[in-house]
Design a protein around this ligand. Structure first.
Ligand code: ADP
Length: 920
C-alpha cells in the first residue's frame, strides 16, 4: 500500500528547497491527490490536518465509514474510534507515533457513522512540508472485517484443530513433507505407534509398514495414489516401535498449495486391531450361534433320521451291518442277526470279521471282507459272486452284498454300511430258470410262447429247426404266419380256447414252414398265467409228426402188403391139397401139385423167416455163427439155396469167381442169405431170360461181390432208401413181386454185421441195377493156415464131374458150385445127353436128376453101368423125392448115392471127399 502511495505521490519532497514552491507544490499535490483518490472505493483515503481533523474524503472513505464528505470534513478523526479507545486517547497516540516515526500502522476496531464496528487496517503517515513542518496526516483505512472474521475463524479452527489433533489419542495424525519424512506427530501417533515425537520426526514414514509391504513397494504406491487421486484409504497391518503389529485403517491425503505444488501428506491412522478383533469375535459369536442353532437342528434332524433309519433298517428285508472306522460293529439289524446268528447286543463292539465271516463257495477260501475294501478304496464295493456267509451256528448261506463308505461332514470315512441278502432262494430260482431255459432251448420240440393276440413272444431252437424261422425273424410277428392257407381261423379258435383256460393236448394239424413246405405237427398248448393267475399268453409245444405219420402210413401199407403176401401162397396150397386128394393114382399130377405146394410153402417160410429176421434185427437179437470159410463156399451155398427160384424161371445167371481163393470169417448161412436176397431181387425185378451176373473179386483186403441185373432199375431218388425197412419203389399190390420190402434191409444189416458195406447202383428206370457188397477178407498169412487146417477149397481135390439135370438153372448153379469147389464139370440136360457126355468126358462122378425128359435118371444110370467106362463111376441121384422107396429104386438102378434137393453144398463136399480113398 505504501509503495503504491509512494508511486502515487512520488518520493516525499526533501525538506530542503523553496518553501513557497513547496507550498505551492503541496497544494498542487493535494489537488492532484484528491483527484486521484476520489474514485478509490476499496480504501478510505483521507487527509488529516495536524490536529487530526478530516480535510479530504474519498469514495472509499464514504463507503467504509458511512459519512458523506460534507458531514465529516472538519471533524476530528477520533470519532472513527470506539468509545473506549477514543476516551483512552488512542487516536492522538496514533498521531503522535506517526508524527514521531513518520508512520503508524494498526489494526483494530473502528466505528462507522451508523455505529457498527468494523475491523480496520489503519496506516497513518505524517505529512510534512519542505521545512519539516508537520502539515497533517494521510490516513488510509482498509475494512478488514471480512478478512478479520475469516482469520479469526481460521485461527480458532486452526487452534481447535491443533488442539484436537494434538489431543486426539485414538488416531495417529501426522504430516509428511514431500520427501515423506515425518513432520508432525500427535499424541495418538505416539500412543498407537509407540514413538515419541522427537524419536520419529524427520524419519521416513515407511518404517510403519511390515517388511513384506515395503518389499512390494506398497508405501510408495499408497503415496503415488494419494498424490494422483488426492486421497487414499487402506486397511492393513502396520508395525509399532516394539515390532508388534496392529491392524490399521490409514487415510493419506495429499496437501497442495494454491498453485497445486505438493506440500506433503497428511496421514491419519486408526488402530482397528480391536475393532477387527471385536468384529471377528462378533462374527465368530454370530457364526457360533448360527452353528449352534444349525447343530441343534441338525442334531434333531439326525435324531429323527436316526430313528427313521433305525426303523427302516430294522424292518428292511436285507441284512444290514454298520461298522465304525475301526471296523467295529455299531449296528446290526434283525435280518443280519438272523443270518449271522449274532444278536445286536452281542455283535456291537465286535470286529466285523468276527460276525460277518465269508468264504468263497468254490475255493472255500476266506473271502476278503468288503468293508476292508471300502476303507481301502473309499468306494462302494460289491461282493464277488459265489460268496457264502458262515453263520455262527456253522450254516453256510450264499449271499450277495454291497458295502458303502459312511463319510463324515469332513469327507473322511467314518465307517461303512454293509448290506447283504440270502440268495439261496434267488439262486435256486435262477438255476431253475436257467435249467428250464436250457431245457426249452435244447428241446427237439418247438417251444413257442405267444401273447393272447397271437403274436410270438419266444421261439426256441427247436422251433427254428421245425419252422425254419429264426427267433429274430418271427418274434413279435403273428403266429398266423405258420397257418396253412385256408385254415387261418384255426389259430384264433385255439387262442379262444386258451383264453378260457383250456389246455389243448396233442392237437394234430398242418403248418407251413418258412420255405413254404408243409409239415404235420402235434400241438400241445397251455395257457400261461402271470403271478396273479391271469392268463396272459399261451405256450405251445409243437412236434414234427411228419416222420411219424409217414411211418404210420408205411406200417399200414406194410400190413396191407403183408396180408396180401401171406394170403397169396395160401390159394395154391389149398388148390394143391385139393389136387392131391383128387389125383389118386396119378403120380404125375400129385408130383406137380406137390412141387407147387413146396414152392409156395417155401415162399411162405421165407416171408416168415424174413419177418422173424427183421424183428430179430430190430431187437438186436440176430447172432452170427462165424467160422473161417472160403467166399466160394458161401457163394455156392447161396446158389444152392436160391437155386429153387432161379430154376423156376428161365434165367441166365453167370457167376465169376477169382482164381485165388478168398477167405472170410463169416456166418456162411447168413452171408449166403444176403447174397440170395440180392439174387432173388435180381430175378424179381428183371424180365424173364434177362442176364444176371454174380461176380467176386479181391480189392486189397476187401472182397467185392457184385450182383447185377438188366432189369427195371431203381430211380436215383430211391437209391439211398431201398435199404430202409418196408421200402419199396413201387408199392402197388398189382405190381407186387411177392416181397415185404424188408429183404434189402436184412442184406444191409447182415453185411454190416460182417464188418462190410452194401451199396445200390442204377442208372435209372429200365437201366438195370447193381448191388455191391464189400467185406473184409482174412489176411493171406491166415489163409494158408486155414488151408493147412484142412478146410475145403479150390484145389483140395480136383475131380471130373458130370451134372445131368433138365432144369437149366439147377444144372447151371450146381455146375458153378462144383467148379467153384475146384472141379472140372460138364452138364447135360436130359438122360440121353447125359449118356453121351459121360462117354465123351469120362467123369469120375455123375450127379444126375431122376425126373428128366427123353431118358429119366433111373434108365440113364442103368445104361451107363452097362458101359465099360461106367462100371466105376460114382453116380449119385439128385431128386426131390426122398422116401425110402425112392432110395431103394435108385439103388436098384445102379446109383451109388441119393441126395434130396435142395442139396447142401456140404453134402456134396462130403460125398466127393468119400471118393478120395478109391483114387489112391
Ligand atoms: P422187396 O421184398 O420189395 O423186394 P427189398 O427190401 O428186397 O424188398 O427191396 C426193396 C425195394 O427195392 C424193392 O421193392 C424194389 O422196389 C427195389 N429193388 C430191390 N432190388 C432191386 C433190383 N435188383 N432191381 C430193381 N429194384 C430193386
Amino acid at each position: 500500500m505504501l509503495k503504491f502511495l509512494k508511486k502515487l505521490f512520488g518520493e516525499p519532497p526533501s525538506s530542503s528547497g523553496n518553501t513557497h514552491l513547496r507550498k505551492a507544490g503541496l497544494r498542487h499535490n493535494e489537488e492532484h491527490f484528491q483527484q486521484l483518490v476520489a474514485g478509490v472505493r476499496d480504501y478510505a483515503i483521507f487527509l488529516l490536518d495536524a490536529q487530526g481533523n478530516v480535510r479530504t474524503w474519498n469514495a472509499g472513505a464514504e463507503r467504509i465509514k458511512g459519512y458523506r464528505p460534507e458531514e465529516i470534513i472538519g471533524q476530528h478523526f477520533s470519532r472513527f474510534y470506539t468509545g473506549d479507545s477514543a476516551s483512552s486517547g488512542w487516536p492522538n497516540h496514533e498521531l503522535s507515533v506517526a508524527a514521531a516515526t513518520g508512520r503508524f500502522e494498526d489494526e483494530g476496531w473502528r466505528v462507522r457513522k451508523d455505529g457498527r464496528k468494523f475491523w480496520a487496517n489503519v496506516v497513518i503517515t505524517a505529512l510534512r512540508d519542505a521545512d519539516g513542518e508537520l502539515t497533517g496526516y494521510l490516513k488510509i483505512t482498509r475494512d478488514l472485517t471480512d478478512r478479520r472474521q475469516g482469520e479469526e475463524k481460521l485461527r480458532l479452527s486452526e487452534e481447535r484443530f491443533r488442539l484436537l489433533v494434538e489431543g486426539v489419542t485414538d488416531y495417529a495424525i501426522f504430516m509428511l513433507d514431500p520427501e515423506v519424512r515425518i513432520v508432525t506427530w500427535n499424541a495418538g501417533a505416539q500412543r498407537l505407534k509407540g514413538y515419541a515425537a522427537d524419536e520419529i520426526v524427520g524419519q521416513h514414514f515407511s518404517r510403519f509398514y511390515p517388511a513384506e509391504a515395503v518389499a512390494r513397494g506398497w508405501p510408495a504406491e499408497e503415496l503415488r495414489r494419494a498424490a494422483s487421486e488426492g486421497r487414499v484409504e487402506d486397511e492393513g497391518w502396520r508395525v509399532r516401535k516394539d515390532g508388534t503389529k496392529f491392524w490399521a485403517n490409514v487415510v493419506i491425503t495429499a496437501l497442495r498449495d494454491e498453485n497445486g505444488a505438493l506440500l506433503g501428506f497428511a496421514k491419519l491412522t486408526r488402530d482397528l486391531t480391536e475393532r477387527r478383533r471385536a468384529e471377528e469375535s462378533a462374527r465368530r459369536l454370530l457364526q457360533e450361534e448360527a452353528a449352534r442353532k444349525a447343530a441343534q437342528e441338525l442334531a434333531q434332524q439326525i435324531e429323527q433320521q436316526r430313528e427313521q433309519l433305525h426303523v427302516t433298517l430294522a424292518s428292511i428285508g436285507d441284512a444290514v451291518i454298520v461298522a465304525d472306522a475301526a471296523g467295529t460293529i455299531t449296528f446290526l439289524n434283525p435280518v443280519a442277526a438272523k443270518l449271522t446268528g449274532w444278536e445286536l447286543e452281542e455283535a456291537a463292539g465286535q470286529p466285523l470279521a468276527q460276525v460277518f465271516r465269508i468264504i468263497n463257495e468254490k475255493s472255500r477260501v476266506t473271502a476278503e471282507n468288503p468293508v476292508s475294501r471300502v476303507f481301502r478304496e473309499g468306494t462302494v464295493v460289491g461282493l464277488a459272486n459265489h460268496t457264502a456267509l458262515l453263520s455262527r451256528g456253522g450254516r453256510e448261506i450264499p449271499i450277495e452284498d454291497t458295502a458303502a463308505p459312511i463319510r463324515g461332514a469332513d469327507g473322511i470315512i467314518a465307517g461303512a454300511v454293509l448290506v447283504f441278502r440270502d440268495v439261496t432262494e434267488a439262486r435256486r430260482a435262477i438255476d431253475a430258470r436257467l435249467r428250464l431255459a436250457a431245457i426249452v432251448e435244447s428241446s427237439d420240440d418247438a417251444i413257442i410262447g405267444a401273447s393272447l393276440d397271437g403274436r410270438v413272444t419266444s421261439w426256441n431252437r427247436g422251433a427254428e429247426r421245425l419252422y425254419g424261422y429264426t427267433a429274430g425273424e418271427i418274434v413279435a410277428k403273428p403266429l398266423s404266419l405258420l397257418a396253412v392257407p385256408g385254415r387261418a381261423d384255426e389259430l384264433p379258435a385255439i387262442m379262444q380256447r386258451i383264453k378260457s383256460g383250456e389246455y389243448i393236448d396233442h392237437y394234430e394239424t398242418e403248418r407251413v414252414r418258412k420255405d413254404g413246405s408243409r409239415i404235420e405237427v402235434s400241438l400241445t398248448i397251455s395257457p400261461i398265467k402271470d403271478s396273479y393267475g391271469e392268463i396272459v399268453g399261451a405256450s405251445k409245444i409243437a412236434r414234427d409228426i411228419t416222420a411219424r405219420k409217414e411211418e404210420e402210413r408205411r406200417k399200414d401199407e406194410f400190413l396191407a402188403l403183408l396180408s396180401h403176401e401171406l394170403r397169396n401162397p395160401l390159394a395154391p396150397l389149398r388148390n394143391g391139397l385139393q389136387i392131391m386128394r383128387l389125383a389118386g393114382e396119378d403120380r404125375e399130377a400129385a408130383e406137380q401139385s406137390r412141387a407147387i405146394m413146396e414152392r409156395q410153402l417155401q415162399h411162405l417160410v421165407r416171408l416168415v423167416d424174413d419177418l422173424l429176421d427183421v424183428s430179430r434185427i430190430s431187437r438186436g437179437k440176430l447172432q452170427l455163427r462165424k467160422e473161417r470159410i472160403s467166399l466160394a463156399a458161401v457163394v455156392g451155398h447161396a446158389l444152392e439155396v436160391c437155386g429153387q427160384t432161379t430154376k423156376d424161371q428161365d434165367r441166365r445167371l453167370t457167376v465169376k469167381l477169382p482164381d485165388e481163393p478168398i477167405y472170410l470169417d463169416a456166418d456162411k448161412t447168413r452171408l449166403a442169405q444176403a447174397l440170395c436176397n440180392l439174387l432173388n431181387n435180381a430175378v424179381k425185378y428183371s424180365d424173364r431170360g434177362a442176364a444176371i451176373s454174380l461176380s467176386v473179386e479181391r480189392d486189397g483186403n476187401q472182397a467185392v461181390i457184385r450182383v447185377k441185373d438188366a432189369g427195371i432199375g431203381i430211380p436215383a431218388a430211391m437209391l439211398p432208401r431201398v435199404f430202409d425197412m418196408f421200402t419199396q419203389v413201387d408199392r402197388s399190390l398189382e405190381k407186387s413181386q411177392g416181397g415185404l420190402g424188408v429183404g434189402l434191409s436184412i442184406v444191409k444189416r447182415l453185411v454190416e454185421m460182417h464188418g462190410g458195406a452194401v451199396e445200390a447202383h442204377s442208372a435209372g428206370h429200365g437201366m438195370g441195377s447193381e448191388f455191391v457188397i464189400r467185406l473184409p477178407v482174412v489176411p493171406a498169412a491166415q489163409d494158408r493156415r486155414a488151408e493147412a487146417g484142412g478146410q475145403q477149397g479150390r484145389g483140395a481135390a480136383r475131380r471130373r464131374i458130370l451134372v445131368v439135370d433138365d432144369n437149366i438153372d439147377a444144372a447151371g448153379t450146381l455146375e458153378m458150385m462144383l467148379k467153384f469147389m475146384g472141379n472140372e464139370v460138364r452138364t447135360a440136360h436130359d438122360g440121353l445127353e447125359g449118356l453121351e457126355a459121360a462117354a465123351a468126358f469120362a467123369p469120375e462122378a455123375i450127379l444126375m436128376d431122376i425126373g428128366m425128359p427123353e431118358l429119366n435118371g433111373y434108365e440113364a444110370c442103368r445104361r451107363m453101368r452097362q458101359e465099360p467106362w461106367g462100371k466105376n463111376i460114382v453116380i449119385v441121384a439128385l431128386t426131390g423125392w426122398g422116401q425110402d422107396e425112392d432110395k431103394r429104386r435108385s439103388r436098384e438102378a445102379g446109383f451109388n448115392g441119393h441126395l434130396v434137393k435142395p442139396v447142401e453144398p456140404a453134402a456134396i463136399e462130403k460125398l466127393l471127399a468119400s471118393l478120395e480113398p478109391e483114387r489112391v
